[in-house]
Design a protein around this ligand. Sequence first.
Ligand code: FE
Length: 162
Amino acid sequence: MTISRRSLFGIGGAGLIGGIALFGPSMSRAREGRFEVTLSEAEWKKRLTPAQYAVLREGSTERSGSSPLDREHRRGVFVCAGCGLPLYSSQTKYDSGTGWPSFWKPLPNAVQTREEGFFPFRRTEVHCRRCGSHLGHVFHDGPRPTGLRYCMNGVAMKFVAA
Ligand code: FE
């Protein structure tokens, strides 16, 4: 009996594409339920604007330079737009030149990370520790002392002046 190479490759190819979809930019539904703040999709839609929902709950990315928080230079705290958890102090904010609000360190116990995608598109996703909402990504090209660049979506946060 001969199994055609094409049919085997076809099955493998479908698996590969499925894997990419699973680890792609949209958030896995399986993650829901293990966070302190857990809302239904309907509740999230009621609580958030469409732009906030797209980033926080669907993992999309705002247009570079579109958020006023990128140009926010006052002293204060940036909190999660989903649940209000304080995420970053203005003291760790810097101008990365990317058009997205950037920080070199989150507040203690504020965010969690998760590896996403495959080489050469592998990235580290950042989400809120309390509600699991997508915030942005972290890269290793930040300033001292951490060398990290937490590249955040401004629409995913609210600024509370000190
Ligand atoms: Fe949150």
